[in-house]
Design a protein around this ligand. Structure first.
Ligand code: HEC
Ligand code: HEC
Length: 183
């Protein structure tokens, strides 16, 4: 009676270890392949891959798992998603009234990101609310909450973001890019 649960537990641990040791996740690999290669003119860093779902790579078991992010995305000047908007704040409130420990501001490409270690209390608690803010004024706020996905661009995707998808597939799968509208 007492030996059996122990054996079961050992089995479960062994399976979990085997799963994490292998780095192949066909679904993730396919999603990464869809994004296409790096832009040769932009080194991997804060401004690379604008418009793309950052956490696909910047999370556990992703190709950039050494720089894991709680949330990340890109803000554009308008709905066309052609030009990134620098110097706007992206503000968050999660389910525990938590958020980034420092002000999150978009860089030249419009990209922003919050490293996992810079969320307080530790560990983003879904759902969260998000808004684009400039000089204390809300430019755009997402009416609904984000319930489980930290990559804004998982849903918001500019038509010009590098991708191997066809235009029809993009229209079916994605909503407008995140944009700040006219201030
Ligand atoms: C297809 C995979 C992939 C996507 C998508 C991706 N990145 Fe990266 N990123 C990498 C790799 C690979 C590196 C270089 C290795 C590393 O830092 O882990 C990198 C590096 C970075 C770095 C430097 C990290 C450091 O600690 O030096 C930042 C910042 C960054 N990316 C931000 C972003 C943002 C913001 C997005 C989304 C707009 C994004 N990345 C999308 C793969 C990706
Ligand atoms: C699961 C899909 C999804 C994710 C992830 C998501 N959004 Fe949204 N977002 C939507 C949808 C759908 C709307 C339109 C309805 C609404 O406002 O709730 C929207 C609307 C918005 C708006 C209002 C204006 C506009 O551009 O349409 C902003 C701003 C916004 N989102 C920002 C963000 C940011 C920043 C992130 C990442 C931190 C994010 N969203 C993540 C689906 C998503």
């Amino acid at each position: 009676m007492s030996a059996r649960p122990k054996l079961l537990l050992v089995g479960v641990v062994a399976v979990a270890a085997a799963a994490s040791a292998s780095c192949t996740d066909p679904v993730r690999d396919a999603a990464v392949a869809e994004l296409g290669p790096e832009d040769p003119n932009v080194p991997p860093g804060p401004d690379h891959r604008p418009g793309q779902p950052c956490l696909l790579c910047h999370s556990e078991n992703g190709v950039a798992s050494d720089s894991p992010m709680a949330v990340a995305g890109t803000v554009y000047t308008d709905k066309d998603g052609k030009k990134g908007l620098a110097d706007v704040e992206v503000s968050f409130v999660d389910a525990r009234n938590g958020g980034p420990i420092e002000k999150i501001v978009t860089s030249d490409s419009g990209n922003f990101f919050v490293p996992v270690a810079k969320w307080s209390p530790p560990g983003l608690s879904y759902p969260f609310r998000v808004a684009i803010v400039k000089d204390g004024k809300v430019l755009q706020a997402m009416a609904s909450t984000v319930n489980r996905e930290g990559s804004c661009n998982y849903c918001h995707r500019p038509p010009d973001a590098p991708s191997s998808l066809t235009d029809e597939e993009r229209k079916r799968r994605f909503t407008l890019p995140v944009y700040a509208g006219s201030p």
